[in-house]
Design a protein around this ligand. Structure first.
Ligand code: ADP
Ligand code: ADP
Length: 230
């Protein structure tokens, strides 16, 4: 479960998030849509403190953090319970696919190397890239790189995976394989919060679609309601 209460973000005088209230149940797939520049990416980034939120509270699992009083330990715990998939993959260029997936387990979760690599191999199998274990990002297609990035997020066993326009940087030919992996995760009831322009994903996969504009949630509901033709 993840719960945001009165979450706000100002950049100087500019209000980007104006008191967002949002609860996502375990296993729920939530898609956020809305015009460009309206704070969707900022919302995701505030949840794991890639941006420092201005006010409000964030609850993930049994941890509740008042963002104004967040300690270093609170932020690390939040980051452990959330995993982020970026538009541009953000893989380590000098690490193999296997090492990219194992990295967080080694550094954040302090797993021993053997156990982390074993888990990474298991994940590579799940994402259909077992044969790419030793490949470096530059030798992989955009679609393969983004699947590795999703694998890295899966490995963490986080409460929720945050996706920030995960297909927007991809050549059209790779979009379907990334959406396919996301659908697989959704079918396993991995809790997901997804910012995307892929309306087919929102329509077919989301349990709930949230329309954000001007720093507010202006409408939300099941896709059948949100995409209803007038
Ligand atoms: P979206 O994801 O909906 O396209 P963003 O969250 O990226 O929107 O951006 C929302 C607004 O916040 C935009 O007006 C953007 O210019 C502004 N913004 C984002 N990051 C910063 C920043 N670091 N400093 C100042 N303004 C920012
Ligand atoms: P996206 O739209 O893909 O979410 P943007 O292009 O809006 O990303 O932003 C890319 C980076 O630039 C982010 O780190 C964001 O915080 C920063 N940024 C965006 N708008 C501004 C701004 N007006 N001033 C300073 N930094 C910004």
């Amino acid at each position: 479960m993840i719960k945001l209460a009165s979450l706000s973000k100002y950049f100087g005088e500019t209000v980007v998030l104006d008191g967002i209230d949002l609860t996502i149940e375990k296993g729920e797939i939530v898609v956020i849509i809305g015009p460009s520049g309206t704070g969707k990416s900022t919302l995701l980034r505030c949840i794991n403190f890639l941006e420092q939120p201005t006010g409000g509270t964030i609850t993930v699992g049994d941890l509740t953090v008042d963002v104004k009083r967040a300690s270093r330990a609170d932020i690390l715990s939040l980051r452990r319970q959330t995993a982020f998939v970026f538009q541009n993959y953000a893989l380590f260029a000098n690490k193999s696919a296997l090492e990219n997936i194992a990295e967080r387990l080694l550094v954040v979760d302090k797993w021993p190397k053997e156990k982390a690599h074993q888990k990474a191999r298991e994940i590579l199998g799940k994402i259909g890239l077992a044969e790419k274990a030793d490949a470096y990002p530059a030798s992989m297609s955009g679609g393969q790189q983004q699947r590795v990035a999703i694998g890295r997020a899966m490995a963490a066993g986080a409460e929720v995976i945050l996706f920030d326009e995960p297909t927007s940087s991809l050549d059209p030919e790779w979009v379907e394989e990334v959406l396919g992996l996301m659908k697989q995760l959704a079918a396993e009831r991995q809790t997901m919060l997804v910012v995307t322009h892929e309306m087919s994903f929102a329509r077919d996969v989301a349990d709930r679609v949230i329309f954000v504009d001007g720093g507010h949630i202006v409408e939300q509901g099941p896709p059948s309601e949100i995409f209803q033709n007038p």
